[in-house]
Ligand binder design. Structure first.
Ligand SMILES: *[C@@H]1O[C@H](CO)[C@@H](O)[C@H](O)[C@H]1NC(C)=O
Ligand SMILES: *[C@@H]1O[C@H](CO)[C@@H](O)[C@H](O)[C@H]1NC(C)=O
Ligand SMILES: [Zn+2]
Length: 475
């Protein structure tokens, strides 16, 4: 998942009057320039060059389908636990935390064909949480094709009942279009539909279906919810508008099992002066059961892990603790993060700052930030001004979420930052078979590590705690 950058822009320009920065604080950050240069040099030209790509490839090639409930996910968590606790680890303290009661859904065999008026096979992926077709057998029915919920609701139940609803809603933005994935099945079921085939949520397609979590509303009739490709959705709509009868056969025998327990993995690089104060640097370890989850979100997780290794390799140790957290069950609705937040919410004073990368690790541009608009904003802008050498100087403020898993913390007033990268291609690959190492670039990953290392080190090392906003403003 990720936060839409275009939305952030919209929020950014609803801007409060900028305020004076504390000159002493500005000078303090500027004094970190030599350290920032050292970190960047080490990653761009030193022994750490290419390390992130190498470790990431090793990880995702070994543990590809890390869906919640799978043994592969638990094995991948144990693999990183061993890395963190091994002889060459730089971390002081690493542990797993159980996250109980998580959904366990598995995909079965699935296939779909257009049968009338012409024959064509269709690439599909059931959405996570979807029920199977009856008995896991092919369901054959006539289809109606709509472009919006409004168009669906304008139909009479007699036009929809007993049929398959196909959505060709197009792509506006992830945050807007994803509602068709979440609610498409329930909305269609209200009119008596027996399955929903939903255009994948993505701006570009090479016949690529995108999966992702879906939900049934309380009390609604459950029908299968299945992703089709943009190409097939458009093709079906064109045929539908000719008035010809469309018949589709669709089969999916996915299953929902008993809830399971998974684990967040937490690793501390102890601070020297305030070890109980924590800067969280995080990403999520789970993905879907397609592709390798290289960009969503193994890359985001790995840059945090490597950033601490680089800080250590330079003999640097900040005053506060840098805490890597690898969240589990993000794809099921931020469930690992929610659980962790609930265990920590009475001790939020310990959490000085929270960071996550879950929007891809393409060419990094800078940081999105939420928190105090006065000295907090000044600190982030000054840190970014130390990153000219990697072209990662861009700044964006939002009153909303900067990254998925840290949302609970930032909503509770802990300041936070997300990695802002070149946005263009993330949703091409998101939740598809295409999210593989091939989308990752070693140099872009190195720059992301450098940005992450410089920002987390400085924030963890400041004389005073990073300022927290006084009770959350409404701007
Ligand atoms: C790191 O800090 C934790 C918590 O304060 C402490 O239990 C642990 O012994 C420390 N480890 C090292 C190597 O200093
Ligand atoms: C930063 O951008 C400039 C201008 O586009 C480019 O020449 C330079 O190689 C970039 N630096 C890095 C580290 O990518
Ligand atoms: Zn993600």
């Amino acid at each position: 998942m990720k936060i839409q950058i275009s939305l952030l822009f919209a929020i950014l320009f609803v801007h409060t009057k900028s305020q004076e920065c504390d000159p002493a604080l500005i000078q303090e950050i500027r004094n970190y320039r030599p350290v920032a240069e050292l970190i960047i040099e080490e990653i761009l030209h030193g022994a750490s060059k290419g390390l992130c790509y190498e470790k990431l490839a090793e990880f995702v090639d070994s543990y590809q389908l890390r869906i919640t409930g799978s043994q592969v996910l638990e094995d991948s968590i144990d693999y990183l636990l061993e890395q963190y606790q091994g002889e060459r680890s730089v971390m002081d303290n690493t542990w797993k935390e159980s996250v109980p009661n998580l959904p366990h859904w598995t995909r079965g065999e699935e296939e779909a064909f257009l049968i009338e008026p012409v024959h064509k096979s269709m690439s599909i992926l059931a959405f996570g949480g979807s029920i199977a077709t009856p008995l896991g057998e092919p369901l054959v029915a006539e289809a109606v094709v709509v472009t919006s919920f409004d168009e669906l609701r304008s139909l009479d139940a007699s036009q929809v009942s007993g049929k398959i609803v196909v959505y060709n809603q197009g792509y506006v933005s992830y945050s807007q279009s994803v509602n068709y994935r979440y609610k498409g099945a329930s909305e269609a079921a209200k009119l008596g539909a027996i399955a929903a085939l939903i255009e994948s949520i993505g701006p570009f397609s090479i016949n690529s279906p995108h999966t992702g979590v879906m939900t049934y509303a309380e009390g609604d009739t459950k029908i299968p919810a299945i992703a089709i490709t943009q190409e097939d959705a458009e093709m079906l709509r064109r045929i539908y508008l000719t008035g010809e009868r469309i018949v589709i056969s669709v089969k999916s025998n996915s299953q929902t099992h008993q809830p399971i327990t998974s684990h967040n993995l937490i690793a501390d690089y102890n601070g020297t002066r305030y070890p109980d104060k924590v800067v969280v640097v995080s990403g999520h370890i789970d993905n879907w059961d397609v592709g390798q989850g290289a960009m969503d979100d193994a890359g985001g997780m790995m840059i945090g892990l490597i950033a601490v290794e680089v800080i250590n390799s330079l003999g640097l140790r900040p005053k506060r603790t840098i805490r890597n957290i690898l969240w589990t069950a993000e794809e099921q609705g931020l469930l690992g993060a929610e659980h962790y937040f609930n265990t920590q919410k009475n001790e939020l004073d310990k959490f000085v700052f929270v960071m996550e990368s879950d929007s891809g690790t393409f060419d990094p541009q800078g940081l999105t930030y939420t928190g105090d608009r006065r000295n907090g904003e000044c600190i982030i802008k000054e840190i970014l001004s130390l990153l000219g050498a990697i072209n990662a100087t861009r700044y964006q403020w939002t009153s909303g979420s900067v990254s998925t898993d840290i949302t609970h913390f930032t909503d509770a007033g802990v300041p936070g930052a997300g990695l802002w990268d070149t946005d263009g291609q993330y949703f091409y690959f998101h939740h598809t078979e295409g999210d593989m190492m091939t989308v990752e670039d070693p140099n872009a990953l190195d720059r992301a590590v450098a940005l992450w290392a410089v920002a987390s080190y400085i924030i963890a090392d400041l004389t005073d705690d990073f300022p927290k906003p006084s009770p959350r403003t409404t701007n």
